[in-house]
Design a protein around this ligand. Sequence first.
Ligand code: URA
Length: 270
Amino acid sequence: MGIASDILADWDAARAALEWLHELGGIDPIGDAPVNRYDLAERETPAPGRTPGRAPEARRAPAAPAPAPQVDPVAEAERAARTAPGLEALAEAMAAYPHCELKKGARNTVFCDGRPGARVMIVGEAPGRDEDLEGRPFVGRAGQLLDRMFAAIGLGRASPDAERGLYITNVMPWRPPSNRDPAPEEIAMMVPFLRRHVELADPEILVLMGNTPAQAVLRQRGITRLRGHWTESWGKPVLPMLHPAYLLRNPGAKRETWADLLALQARLRG
Ligand code: URA
């Protein structure tokens, strides 16, 4: 019992001395966990003009990183698109938009081709390999078919006059990896840009090529059911059509596309 109380008295004295020395900043108590001195070295470097010694704040645990501010990509796109006063500014705003992951894997931002001010504006899905390399929409095999389709009713992207011209863009300005379909959230964040694009180019008629633009403009999918049915959106008459890439895979569907082209021609002739 006597030995035990001596030990306790020594222990209390030792602890009091240790706490006192610690108060003075003289020594570190020995803790249960190892301390990485290299890690501490930087934080403990005294500020110029300050006496070396442990600053009380250097003893605290490192502050947790501030949470990243929440960004709404669609709201950001709306703000960027709304403030673009013209097509050039819109192309720049789109190229600077940082919230779409597809941009990281793309060589180019594909904005448009053809004649701004044309009566017909074509909206495709997304650039493929050729478009990504060249920076223009519809320049690969599907694009060549698209050119032949519209030439058959007297329209072309190279036409210098608005009457016979075409203006061409895509919902997505960046190529999706392995040409996969753009995800709904990727489409949603580009819709404000597309809507502003239509407003600035101001065509008489919008032609939607495939499911992605049908989803972006009409919020509907099922292009084989939608095609050929005139509707209205964003203040414009809209004609959904089968995508030329689909026609390359299903040549039998060209008959429906021919009917849609003739309907477009009739509408233009008014
Ligand atoms: N398919 C599209 O929808 N757009 C292009 O630019 C090329 C292929």
